[in-house]
Design a protein around this ligand. Structure first.
Ligand code: NAD
Length: 483
């Protein structure tokens, strides 16, 4: 199968924080892959803007090294690297002062799409937004791209939104949640709304419960100081897991356009009910054998921040009444695995009583590794011996079914950056969605802080704390294996 590549319009993309970790590991290697795929026009330009004193040539060399290190560059692409680097430029800038702005203003072409990626700490977002207008770099058609964390509670997210809204219209602001850029996540919408099979079953009458898991094997890495002020709820649940929940639970939008989709997601967030203390388990990893503990990793011997969290969420509307959404995420778990599992109800009556119990059908949507979907169905075990039932997955691992098309699919960052250039906001969070998500999260965090909740210890490389299983046991259910 051959994928169709549609080049985008010529653009100037300015990356504030262009020498930083995110720019070197994700944004620029991603842009290079789009360049190799023929999606980036050769009069497009990328301008790194950061604090370091570098010439354009030094910057290109630095980025060339980063792309070789992080970009999965194949032999063929290596030849194209120099052509890509020729489209890069660099400006030394102080986003809190006036240094470098005149120079940047002279470089940005007003007659092209211009997009400004704020790959810097959120405390600098307002400064950049203000100066882009003050130096008349931004036009009414400019786009700005901002990264998580988008606040740490409702109040800070409102301030951040206000500092951007003072300078840019909502239609110009692209809040990145890279989970929305994943191929499988968009496939979730295609499966739901592009087939007649699923939607009639997609409700409390046929669905028993839903599990959303984002399990990581890594710890806090070099981000310990930040992570310890955040924890799993703020770092993962409020944004990534919440977005996945919205796409599963939302009503069919009237059309696949940004506001229609985001209006439906917002309704889901606003329908989320309270989470009681016994419906949430917080955990912190501690060393197995010679492994480091969370507290050693973040260099805070008295930390009560959670590196693991699971909870039972309720959506209080007609479609989902009585269907729990179990969310789970954690670091230093036994496998790196993200999936959404839709567990359907048992049959109302089985005619095969002597042939083994018919199990629940499960639609599992795997985000990583091996993006794809499986549908567990009950069939007759082949061969003689009468009617014996077994459950087998109908397996749609995309790389197997779609071959090169799946391998060559853009990763989340690549897809989202191209959407910015195209001016398509469907896969970006709107300001009111972010604030609604904090409105739900804040009381949960405040409640555990008020009762001085101590996270349960779990062993590095395990599936999480034992209490997480109790949460399910009480409901007569089980977590799916993290595999
Ligand atoms: P970083 O510390 O590696 O890089 C920061 C960049 O900002 C550098 O290029 C630096 O020169 C520039 N900068 C800082 N102060 C400046 C100033 N006054 N004027 C001009 N430039 C200045 O940070 P990072 O890891 O690349 O993260 C950038 C943003 O992306 C942060 O908001 C972070 O939370 C978010 N983020 C990062 C990751 C990641 O994997 N690194 C993942 C998700 C979100």
């Amino acid at each position: 199968m051959v994928s169709r590549i549609i080049p985008v319009d010529p653009f100037d993309l300015i990356i504030f924080g262009g020498t930083g970790d995110l720019a070197r590991r994700k944004i620029l290697p991603g842009l290079f892959r789009r360049f190799c795929a023929g999606q980036m026009p050769n009069n497009a330009r990328i301008i790194g803007a950061a604090r370091s004193t570098l010439s354009a040539e030094q910057y290109k060399a630095q980025i060339g090294t980063a792309i070789s290190e992080f970009g999965n560059v194949t032999g063929n692409q290596a030849k194209q690297l120099n052509a890509f680097l020729a489209q890069l430029d660099y400006v030394k800038i102080d986003v809190k002062g006036e240094d470098g702005w005149r120079n940047l203003a002279s470089k940005v072409r007003k007659n092209f799409v211009n997009a400004h990626y704020f790959s810097v700490a959120p405390s600098l977002f307002g400064d950049i937004a203000k100066r882009l207008n003050h130096w008349q770099i931004a036009t009414p058609d400019s786009r700005i791209v901002v990264e998580k964390p988008f606040g740490r509670d409702l109040e800070s997210s409102q301030k951040l939104n206000a500092s951007l809204a003072a300078q840019f219209d909502e239609g110009q602001i692209y809040r990145i949640d890279h989970y929305l850029g994943k191929e499988t996540v968009q496939n979730l919408m295609a499966v739901r709304f592009g087939n007649v099979l699923f939607e009639p079953l997609w409700n409390a009458q046929y669905i028993d419960h839903i599990q959303i898991t984002v399990a990581e094997t890594v710890g806090v890495g070099g981000r310990g100081a930040y992570y310890d002020t955040s924890g799993a709820m703020r770092d993962m649940v409020q944004n990534h897991l919440m977005q996945l929940l919205c796409l599963i639970a939302m009503e069919p939008p009237a059309r696949f356009d940004p506001d229609a989709v985001r209006d439906e997601k917002l309704k889901v967030i606003r329908a989320l009910g309270d989470v009681k203390p016994h419906e949430i388990v917080r955990g912190q990893y501690d060393g197995a054998l010679d492994a480091q503990s969370y507290r050693q990793d973040v260099e805070n011997p008295r930390s009560f921040t959670e590196s693991y969290l699971c909870l039972k969420a309720h959506i209080e509307n007609w479609r989902w009444s009585g269907v729990p959404f179990y969310l789970r995420t954690g670091k230093k778990l036994k496998e790196r695995s993200s999936e959404i599992a839709i567990v359907f109800k048992k049959l109302p009556h089985s005619i095969f009583k002597d042939s083994g119990e018919a199990k629940n059908n499960v639609l599992a949507i795997r985000l990583q590794p091996n993006e794809g979907m499986t549908m567990d169905v009950t069939i007759k075990e082949p061969g003689p011996g009468g009617m014996r039932l077994i459950q087998l997955p109908l397996d749609m691992t995309f790389s197997e079914v779609l071959g090169d098309t799946a391998h060559d699919a853009p990763d989340a960052y690549e897809r989202l950056i191209m959407d910015v250039i195209r001016g398509n906001q469907t896969l970006f969070m709107r300001g009111d969605e972010v604030e609604a998500a904090w409105t739900w999260t804040d009381p949960i965090i405040n409640a555990w802080e008020a009762r001085n909740d101590v996270p349960k210890i779990y062993e590095t490389g395990s599936s999480g704390p034992d209490d997480a299983n109790l949460l399910m046991d009480r409901d007569g259910r089980q977590w799916r294996d993290i595999t």
